[in-house]
Design a protein around this ligand. Structure first.
Ligand code: ZN
Length: 282
């Protein structure tokens, strides 16, 4: 079984996770830029983070046989902080880089005017750079947030079929599907979707344009949730082709819209800019 986790924050995970993910079948990941759990205090903090998503983290993933790409953006939460918003002006120099396969995660957190501005501006950047957009839908007031998100997408220069609406659930899947966007589901241990609810959604709405992710980060989460959904699908009677569609071909197709997805891991070097993953090693 081959698995592509289209939304996982590996920067906050360990090498044990990489090993376990590889053993479970994960061969590719996309790591969206997000907030750090505490506020950043300047744009420079974003730049070091973006550089790590483009350099060190793909190097680390490659040591474990996993292809790593990222999405770059000002995240919805920090779109409200005037100390951070100048990063919007610097995004173009990152969006031209090879490892960037979408603009994201963008979208709404508290649905403020500042978030309206950042979302519209970044959809425009995606259109200008020929990139798809990975859009986070809010965790509170989900349906209102989804509708407002779809309205902003419709008003943008980016076609809905170049947009992934993420963190969907039973209350938002119908309208998200009708919008023509790709459908993302984050499967967490306690909240959001679990494996069985995910299988029920797939039963009702079909596997077309559906992507399943673990969204694993430094919070309580499980980087093997993708595999657990695949196993639950098989147990529920889906065939291997449907599993491969959801867990591999759909994310490849969506991020492939960037024209930059490169899943060939040609023997990674042991050093990244002179540094290895071996503490105190050569
Ligand atoms: Zn995320």
């Amino acid at each position: 079984m081959r698995i592509f986790d289209p939304h996982i924050h590996m920067t906050s995970r360990t090498t044990d996770d990489y090993e376990a993910m590889y053993a479970a079948g994960v061969r590719a990941v996309v790591e969206p830029a997000f907030w750090l759990g505490q506020p950043r205090t300047s744009p420079a903090s974003f730049f070091d983070y973006f550089d790590a998503l483009l350099g060190w983290e793909p190097f680390r993933a490659a040591q474990y046989g996993i292809a790593h790409h990222c999405t770059i953006a000002l995240n919805p939460k920090e779109a409200n902080d005037p100390r951070c918003t100048p990063v919007l002006d610097e995004l173009p120099r990152y969006l031209v880089k090879d490892g960037v396969v979408a603009v994201g995660e963008i979208g709404y957190d508290s649905m403020t005017p500042a978030e309206d501005h950042a979302l519209a501006a970044q959809l425009q950047l995606a259109a200008e750079h020929g990139l798809p957009a990975m859009v986070h839908t809010p965790h509170r007031d989900k349906l209102t947030g989804l509708r407002r998100t779809i309205d902003v997408v419709r008003e943008s220069a980016l076609a809905p079929d170049r947009v992934l609406l993420d963190h969907l659930n039973e209350t938002t899947v119908r309208e998200a599907k009708d919008s023509g966007a790709w459908l993302g589901f984050s499967v967490y241990p306690d909240t959001k979707m679990d494996e069985d609810r995910m299988v029920a959604v797939l039963d009702e709405y079909g596997p077309e344009k559906v992507l399943v992710n673990s969204a694993a980060d430094w919070g309580k989460s499980d980087p093997l949730k993708t595999r657990k959904v695949a196993d639950a699908m098989l147990k529920a009677g889906f065939d291997e082709d449907a599993v491969d569609l959801v867990l591999w071909r759909n994310p490849v197709a969506f991020y492939g819209l960037s024209g930059r997805l490169d899943l060939d891991l040609t023997a990674p070097g042991a050093l990244h800019e002179g540094n290895s993953i071996l503490r105190g090693g050569e």
